[in-house]
Every structure is written in structure tokens, then in C-alpha cells.
Design a protein around this ligand. Structure first.
Ligand code: ZN
Length: 512
């Protein structure tokens, strides 16, 4: 599919007519320090005629320049202490949109980076923002209504990062397609097939669990969520397993569980009063992990192994639907009383994490993660930001703070939340009959510590709580809640962002 290809351009002549490029998009915080005299002259002249030049993205008629088009995309408020690199992303998006609308097929991107540390990756973030802006929904593309994709975006810079950005963007396109697509086109079986198609011929080991008996035996909590979906063949659950083994001796292992609830009706605790619309996006975690694996399969980093499990399931309602009060034994052997069928994501993840835990025990320097659109609470708490809640082992290793500083530089800022003793008391089954309670029976958004305490459940129900700081095999585990950041814009139908793919990729590269 039409993922953007980024091409490194080192020849400075590329900005001129005849270079094969057909527009020049300049992302800059000011018009004074532009690095090419020709551009500065045109911008200065343009500003005298049109006051919008330097205020909003504008196209200048530029004879002699690539394609005759010079687009100035101003970076706003770059000197504001509270801004971050996303100011460059905002500007680049406006600039590339203008270039595309003007008819450019091969625009050049020139980012006039500031030397401040927070803007270290401004050029790369601006390029990726173009990908985000240009993505169009899979349903639209498949219906033939999408725009013709750009042939390439040229990156005018001294550094070479076109291949890396092209691979990241290809992963992000896969993630957006999986996350953003409606629930019949992207049912659980269709999600698995889409992954297989996209990753075909890659160096990943891929397998799909689809047999009902095996799912119920190996993923009992996930299968409870999907129980009423088994009645409809095309809605049945899937677990997709992906593994990447880099060349050379393996020095680090990263394990990811992705929540892929392809549609969430809430189940018997039905989502009411209009809160169900948009719930085809409850698969953003699995989508981001699938995309991350695509990126890795293209870039082939050495010395690391990555193991991922995606839990794909539709939380349907029907006569077979699981209900509250039921006690179901998790893969890790923990007896879980269901507190609310709409708190299904943690059930899906707990079984995935239990399988990953068994692999982590024998792995070289394992670090485990879950990625999920898990709670409404995280949105109430942090708005559009990702939250990370980590176990004691990860906390001691400063996993979340390290992720936080890197992800921020890459335009995917995150908030770090603390797991506390109160969170464990919230999952005690009051009857004493079960080992734990999955949740209270109220929306997380009105529950105190509604996005932190699910991490306590995930630790206990997956068996990970046996791998704490004082255990024989401690395992670092970080839970990433992307309910607020998986999409942008419209609350139900905004574009998927593929978050936290970029931050996770660079975290792995920095820790390998
Ligand atoms: Zn739910």
C-alpha cells in the first residue's frame, strides 16, 4: 500500500528546477535564519506582498526552484518553554498538505532545526508528521476514493535517515490501517490475515492460533471475552504470535502483549448512551505492536530478540456472553472473578502476558510490555497522552523515565504513573471465593486510580507478580495505556496515530 518513501537528498542543487523534485517545503521557526540565500530572498519578497508568509503555511510562486513551488511552513511558539518537538510536526503537516493540494508528487522537505535539545530530532519528527498527515483510511483506499499517493518525500539534510523513517512509516501505516478500520473489514480473523499479508516474506516467525479448543485451553480469559463471538464464524478470536531474532549474539529480549479488541460493545455490561461508537478502535495496542514488528522486520537491528502476542477478540453481547460474577481460571492458574465485562482488555492481556512470562524466564535480559487502549480513566487523567505504569523491577531499572525522555524527543510524549499498594487492594475479591476481582463495576473514568490499578490486576492474573525484585528471576514489566493517544482529532472517528510505535522503537534501539 502507499506508505510514504523518504529519500535522503544531500545535493543542495536539488532545491532548483530540473532536479526531479517538484516542490520545496521549508519548515522553519523564523525567516531570518534560512540556510539558502535563494529561499530567504523569495520568502522575504513574499512577506512584503502577503503578510501570511511566516504566519501560516503559504505557497510562493518560485521560478527557478524545484517545481516552481516554495512552501513556507512556519513553526509557531518554538521559543515557548512549554512546547515540545510537536511544534515542528504541526508545521510540517500544514506544509505537506499544501504541497499535496498544489499537485506536488515529489516534494522536498527542508527543516530548519533549532539547536535546543528538545528539538534534537525535529527533522525526523517533521518527516514522520508528513506521513501522519498523508495517511488515508483503508476503507476509503479500498473503495477507490483515496488520493494518489506521493511518489516520495526528499529529505534535505546532512544526516542520512531516510531508510529508518521509511521503515517506521511503513510500520505506522500498518498500525493505522489495523487500528482505524471498521469492525467487519477488520474483524479478528481479518486483522490476523492483514498482518500476514503485510509481513509476508519478512524475516519474522509468525503463527496464528484460531482453533477454539486451543484458544479456550491456552487463553481462557481471552476466550471468555470472545465467548459470544464464537457463534459467528467471521467474528471468532485469534491470537497472532510474532517473533524477530536479530543477527549476532542476542543481548536483549523485548516482549510485547497487544490488546486487539476489534469491537467492544462492553459485553453484558453494555456500553450505553452513545458510548459504543468508535469502539472499533479498541485494537490500537495490537495494531501498534504489529506495526512495530513491521518496522523491525525492515530495519533488522542486530543482537535483539522481540516476541509479540496480539490478542484479537470481539467483545460481543449475546446469549453466550460472559457475565459478571463468573469465576474463570487464567492461563497462569489464577481464579479471576469478573467484575465488569467492559473491563475486558485486562483479561485479554493477562493471558498474553502469562505466555510471554514463560518465554521471558529463559530469555536474555527480558523486558516485558503491554500496549493497550485500556481505560477511559487515562483520558480523564491525562487527556491525549500515553501513560506508563511499571512494576517494581522496571521501576528500579528506570524503564518508564527513560522511555519518557526518548519518546518526548520523538514527538510521542508520555506520562509516568505509579503503581501503589492501594491498587492491589482494589482487586481483592470481597467474597474470598476467587483469587482476585478483575475490576469494580463502574466506568474507569469515574474510578479513582482507574488506569493505575489495572496494572496490579495484570501482574497478579498473569503470574508476573512472582517475578518481583526479590524473586529468583525478576522481570521488568511496563504497562502502556494508549486510550488517550491512539487516535487524534474527532473522539470517535479521528485518525489513528500508531502511538507508541516510534517511542518504543527508539527505546529498544537505545537499550540494545
Ligand atoms: Zn471495554
Amino acid at each position: 500500500m502507499g506508505s510514504v518513501k523518504f529519500v535522503d537528498v544531500v545535493e543542495q542543487d536539488a532545491i532548483f528546477e530540473g532536479s526531479g523534485w517538484d516542490a520545496l517545503v521549508v519548515v522553519t521557526a523564523d525567516l531570518e535564519s534560512l540556510q539558502f540565500e535563494e529561499i530567504a530572498m523569495l520568502a522575504n519578497h513574499g512577506q512584503k506582498i502577503d503578510k501570511r508568509v511566516g504566519q501560516s503555511a503559504t505557497l510562493l510562486f518560485a521560478p527557478g526552484m524545484a517545481g516552481g513551488r516554495l512552501i513556507i511552513a512556519p513553526v509557531k511558539k518554538a521559543d515557548d518553554d512549554y512546547q515540545d518537538v510537536r511544534v515542528f510536526a504541526d508545521a510540517a503537516r500544514q506544509g505537506i498538505k499544501l504541497a499535496k493540494d498544489a499537485g506536488a508528487k515529489r516534494p522536498l522537505l527542508l527543516v530548519n532545526r533549532l539547536s535546543e535539545q528538545r528539538y534534537e530530532y525535529a527533522a525526523q519528527v517533521a518527516a514522520l508528521a508528513c506521513g501522519q498527515e498523508l495517511w488515508q483510511a483503508l476503507e476509503l483506499r479500498e473503495a477507490g476514493g483515496g488520493d494518489e499517493p506521493l511518489e516520495a518525500i526528499g529529505l534535505l539534510a546532512d544526516e542520512q535517515h531516510g531508510d529508518m523513517l521509511t521503515a517506521i512509516e511503513a510500520g505506522r501505516v500498518l498500525a493505522r490501517d489495523l487500528c482505524g478500520t471498521e469492525p467487519e473489514r477488520m474483524s479478528a480473523p481479518a486483522f490476523a490475515d492483514y498482518c500476514l499479508d503485510s509481513l509476508q516474506g519478512s524475516n519474522l516467525n509468525i503463527s496464528v492460533v484460531e482453533d477454539r479448543d486451543i484458544l479456550e485451553r491456552d487463553y481462557p480469559l481471552l476466550s471468555a471475552v470472545g465467548r459470544s463471538s464464537f457463534a459467528v464464524l467471521r467474528h471468532q478470536p485469534r491470537v497472532v504470535k510474532l517473533e524477530y531474532v536479530g543477527d549476532g549474539p542476542i543481548e536483549h529480549t523485548f516482549l510485547f502483549a497487544g490488546k486487539g479488541v476489534v469491537y467492544d460493545t462492553g459485553g453484558a455490561d453494555l456500553k450505553i448512551a452513545g458510548s459504543m461508537a468508535g469502539m472499533s478502535r479498541d485494537k490500537g495496542g495490537a495494531a501498534a505492536v504489529a506495526g512495530l514488528m513491521k518496522t523491525v522486520s525492515m530495519l533488522k537491528p542486530k543482537g535483539i530478540r522481540i516476541i509479540a502476542e496480539l490478542g484479537l477478540v470481539r467483545n460481543s453481547i449475546g446469549s453466550e456472553a460472559f457475565v459478571t460474577d463468573e469465576i474463570i481460571t487464567s492461563h497462569a492458574g489464577k481464579r479471576v472473578r469478573i467484575g465488569n465485562t467492559d473491563a475486558e482488555g485486562r483479561l485479554v492481556l493477562a493471558d498474553l502476558l502469562s505466555h510471554l512470562r514463560l518465554k521471558a524466564v529463559d530469555a536474555v535480559k527480558p523486558q516485558m510490555f503491554s500496549v493497550a487502549t485500556l481505560t477511559g480513566h487515562v483520558v480523564r487523567c491525562y487527556g491525549g497522552y500515553t501513560a506508563v505504569v511499571e512494576n517494581s523491577v522496571a521501576k528500579q531499572a528506570n524503564v518508564a523515565t527513560h522511555m519518557q525522555s526518548l519518546a518526548s524527543l520523538w514527538g510521542e510524549p508520555i506520562e509516568v504513573s505509579q503503581l501503589r499498594r492501594d491498587d492491589f487492594s482494589k482487586i481483592v475479591d470481597p467474597s474470598g471465593a476467587a483469587d482476585m476481582l478483575s475490576s469494580n463495576n463502574a466506568p474507569s473514568s469515574v474510578t479513582a486510580r482507574g488506569h493505575q490499578y489495572p496494572a496490579a490486576f495484570l501482574l497478579e492474573a498473569s503470574g508476573l507478580s512472582q517475578h518481583g525484585l526479590n524473586a529468583a528471576t525478576p522481570i521488568a514489566y511496563s504497562h502502556i495505556d494508549i486510550a488517550g493517544s491512539a487516535t487524534e482529532g474527532h473522539p470517535q472517528y479521528g485518525a489513528p496515530t500508531a502511538t507508541p510505535l516510534v517511542g518504543l522503537y527508539h527505546y529498544m534501539m537505545a537499550n540494545s
